[in-house]
Design a protein around this ligand. Structure first.
Ligand code: C2E
Ligand code: MG
Ligand code: MG
Length: 846
């Protein structure tokens, strides 16, 4: 519960408790009165308390201060010569005047202090009246008064320690004994003075006048001591600040350290310095330290109305104390934004004018606020700092600031990895060039590396970064100094040709870049090939904006990529339509997933010798209402790009498993195995294995009847998780095939340690049998490799009898292709399988 109350509420609660305690003691003692003839009027006591509270010494102890005054003198006098009610009232009035007028305490702090005074005094009175001897003429009375004064001082120490502990949320027992000893000595001294005064008053009140002179002298001496002590503290503070200011060569560091020191000295939570720019420039630098040094910042800010208003008043005079409650609507937002309740603001006034402002905020603890001494200290510090800043250090700090800003802008406009311009800078330059009237067309090349992803995936990001840096180097080598090469992100680069002198010249540059990137790179001590696709767009100044020109070049690059990589294309307006079409396809594809527009067709996998159908490859189709049946080439790459392949893939897997199970239960023999294509993106699903297992369970299909086809690139990805998932599937009994073997980025080494069941010879090799000797040799090599590794080999895309004969003579046992059958819908496939399983498939039959 205590945790949920604000510090202020906690102080109020404590105040209430103290007041109730004091009141109940006073009520019980109300019948007591001093012996007749020895009564001092309450207002004299009040005046004495007022004077006592005006001469306060602060003892600083680890960030907290305890005030210590002459108040025990009137207290003791009051015990002997007044009644408890009048005594407590007199103290309340005297102290309230001192605290409210002189120290300007906030209401809750004032109330707390008055309550703790009342509690101390009433407790003292309780002890005093509990003892038998109560006149200043007998030693018993002296002891009673002395004990009472000590008790009152102790109650004060305990009350203040409690409130600090409660407000700051940590117990401060360790400070108690030190403060209590110091305060005790003071209280005992003051009590003896009080007893003496009472003794005189008792004997002959007139003789009190005799005490007036030594009393006043004592008071003056005491005040002098207080002032000296304050000066000494101030001097030490200034000395220490000077030392700190010159200790560090970096101005930032020393300013922050001085602020930190100021916070400690005046027990503030935060401190900041705002340093103005010369002239009317509204930009400024702000250094700030927060609670106990926890936050230290330096930042540039723009001066607002509040800062300007503070500056205006700072020009006029000394430092001033502010509180949120009292300030006007211009300054209050500034204090509130910084969470400041009370503050001292000082101007950094130098010969050449006001350099800036220093704001020290939030006095720690809840019982005091900044007093006149604090204001004076801060004022001195500010003057001192202003001189130091003026003496050349200001220039240094501004130079440091400028260097920092330069560094930040360098980072904002360049690519950190390659040092080339970034998109912002390139766009800016293109825009500038396009705005130069009367100049010739401007050229932009958009360059995208062709096989960067493969390198990045298989060799790791560090190798990828090295490659990108090397590409940037070659790019620079192909250009004139007036051209701007840039990296736009990932493996995308661009070049601004400011004055290409026509399209022909731009094409020559593009060719030079393609040539230069075509030779191998050496990355992580291996040789790597990456090509590039380039788009060229030309813009006439006044006709095009930078963004349009860049997106034209991007489109041309995209077209170059689609038309077979390693090339350049020149932008044509019709390319936009192609891209728009692609965009439209993407959204249609999303809708198609929702509307369930996909179907699965099956292409038989045939045992070449016996010509029996032993399995089927599930191939997805998109049944559109407008364009009929669409083949995977038109939408699978898009689905992979958008991630929709996960939903589509799950659908194909479910449908294929269900159909396979149905066929197995039917009259077909041998049992049909089903092959499903897997996109690399599906494997990244953390629960992929779980989903496959669940699908098999729901369809009651044995895991051994399912084969997943993956491409070499999927395996080559340097991703331990993917490999682990595939191995887990295999342990379940699922079989794995490498699809389109021989076309990917091959490294045969994975075949040695990765458990594969089937290799599928890619269609291009089968196509080449009979026409290209190399293709035939390659197909044969794959078949032999399969035999020696003990895995089955399926030849894809067998379309004529000659290919079939050759493959058989190579020893290939399985195959698929239009020669046997294209992919068929489920019922057509079932009919074919039923009629042809036992008999050879008619060659050429569709
Ligand atoms: P793939 O896995 O290599 O599938 C074989 C492709 O070759 C199929 O094309 C098939 O119809 C075609 N094909 C088979 N024999 C012949 C032939 O004799 N001549 C010719 N010209 N083509 C033949 P399709 O169905 O168009 O599939 C193309 C590719 O789309 C597949 O290549 C596969 O990579 C992908 N794909 C198909 N279905 C899915 C699927 O459900 N998920 C995923 N991730 N990819 C799929
Ligand atoms: Mg396949
Ligand atoms: Mg294939």
């Amino acid at each position: 519960m205590a945790k949920r109350l604000s510090p202020k509420t906690r102080v109020w609660l404590l105040t209430l408790l103290g007041s109730i305690g004091a009141a109940s003691i006073v009520v019980r003692l109300a019948h007591h009165a001093p012996p007749a003839g020895h009564h001092l009027p309450w207002w004299i006591l009040a005046a004495l308390f007022l004077v006592a509270e005006l001469c306060v010494v602060h003892i600083h102890l680890r960030g907290d201060a305890h005030s210590f005054s002459l108040s025990e003198v009137p207290l003791v006098l009051g015990l002997f010569c007044s009644d408890p009610v009048q005594l407590v009232t007199a103290q309340a009035v005297g102290a309230a005047l001192a605290l409210a007028i002189h120290r300007r305490q906030a209401v809750h702090k004032l109330a707390f202090n008055l309550a703790q005074f009342a509690l101390g005094t009433s407790t003292a009175a309780w002890l005093f009246y509990a003892l038998p001897q109560r006149t200043p003429l007998e030693p018993g009375g002296w002891l009673a008064a002395g004990g009472a004064a000590l008790l009152s001082a102790l109650v004060g120490v305990v009350a203040i320690t409690t409130v600090i502990s409660i407000v700051q949320g940590r117990l401060q027992v360790e400070r108690l004994s030190t403060v209590a000893t110091l305060v005790g000595i003071g209280a005992a001294t003051n009590a003896s003075l009080g007893v003496l005064a009472a003794w005189v008053a008792w004997r002959d009140p007139l003789a009190l006048w005799l005490l007036a002179l030594p009393g006043a002298t004592l008071l003056l001496a005491y005040r002098a001591f207080v002032i000296q002590r304050q000066r000494l503290d101030g001097l030490r503070f200034i000395q220490e600040s000077t030392r700190i200011l010159h200790a560090s060569p970096e101005l930032d560091q020393s300013v922050l350290a001085v602020l930190q020191h100021a916070c400690e000295m005046v027990r503030a939570e935060t401190a900041e310095i705002i340093l103005f720019s010369p002239g009317d420039d509204p930009n400024a630098v702000r250094w700030r330290v927060g609670t106990e040094g926890s936050v230290q910042t330096m930042e540039s800010i723009v001066l607002g109305a509040a800062e300007l208003s503070l500056a205006a008043s700072a020009v006029r005079g000394e430092a001033t104390a502010l509180t949120t409650a009292r300030e006007d609507s211009t300054i209050r937002p500034l204090l509130e934004r910084r969470g400041i309740r009370d503050a001292v603001v000082a101007g950094l006034q130098a010969e050449r004018g006001l350099l800036g402002l220093m704001i020290i905020g939030n006095r720690m603890g809840e019982i005091s606020t900044f007093d006149r001494q604090d204001v004076r200290l801060i004022d001195t510090l500010a003057r001192h700092l202003a001189v130091a800043l003026q003496n050349g250090q200001l220039e240094r700090s501004l130079a440091q600031l400028r260097a920092l800003q330069d560094r930040l802008s360098e980072q904002a406009f360049h690519d950190a990895l390659t040092g080339l311009a970034n998109r912002t800078l390139l766009t800016d330059r293109v825009e500038h060039t396009l705005q130069r009237r009367g100049s010739d067309p401007v050229g932009v090349l958009f360059i995208d590396l062709d096989d960067f992803k493969t390198v990045n995936d298989s060799m790791g990001h560090a190798a990828g970064d090295e490659l990108l840096a090397a590409v940037a180097g070659r790019l620079r080598g192909c250009l004139r100094p007036s051209d701007t090469p840039a990296r736009l992100g990932g493996d995308e680069f661009a070049v601004l040709l400011e004055d290409p002198g026509g399209l022909g010249e731009a094409m020559t540059v593009a060719e030079r870049i393609l040539d230069s990137l075509a030779s191998p790179f050496y990355v992580h001590s291996s040789s790597v090939h990456v090509g590039a696709s380039i788009g060229i767009a030309m813009g006439v100044p006044g006709e095009k904006r930078a963004d349009d020109l860049l997106s034209d070049a991007d489109l041309a690059m995209y077209t170059a990529k689609l038309s077979g990589k390693g090339n350049f294309e020149i932008f044509q307006p019709r390319m936009r339509e192609a891209v728009q079409h692609r965009h439209a396809m993407k959204s249609r594809l999303k809708q198609a997933v929702v509307d369930d527009e996909f179907v699965v067709h099956y292409q038989p996998i045939v045992e070449l010798g016996a010509r029996r159908i032993v399995g089927a490859e599930a191939l997805v189709r998109w049944q559109t209402s407008t364009e009929g049946l669409l083949f995977p080439d038109t939408f699978v790459p898009l689905a992979e790009e958008t991630g929709l392949i996960n939903e589509i893939g799950a659908f194909v897997l479910g449908r294929a498993c269900r159909d396979a199970r149905r066929w197995q239960q039917g009259a077909m023999a041998p049992p049909i195995g089903i092959s499903v294509n897997l996109s690399p993106r599906q494997l990244t699903d953390p629960d992929f294995v779980g989903k496959v297992t669940e699908t098999l369970r729901q369809c009651s299909l044995p895991a051994t009847s399912l084969m997943l086809e993956i491409t070499e690139t999927t395996l080559m990805r340097d991703d331990a998780d993917n490999v682990e998932k595939l191995q887990e599937l295999r342990r379940l009994g699922v079989r794995l095939a490498i699809d389109d073997f021989g076309t990917g980025y091959s490294s045969m080494s994975y075949l040695r340690h990765f458990p594969i069941d089937v290799l599928k010879v890619a269609k291009p090799f089968v196509d080449g049998i009979g026409t290209h000797a190399a293709d035939a040799a390659f197909a044969e090599a794959i078949v032999r490799m399969g035999q020696s590794l003990g895995v089955q080999v399926v030849a894809e895309g067998i379309s004529d009898p000659a290919q079939l004969t050759s493959l058989q003579s190579m020893g290939c046992q399985l195959g698929q292709g239009f020669l046997f059958s294209p992919a068929l819908d489920a019922s057509a496939f079932a009919r074919l399988a039923l009629s042809k399983t036992a008999e050879p498939v008619v060659v050429g039959g569709r």
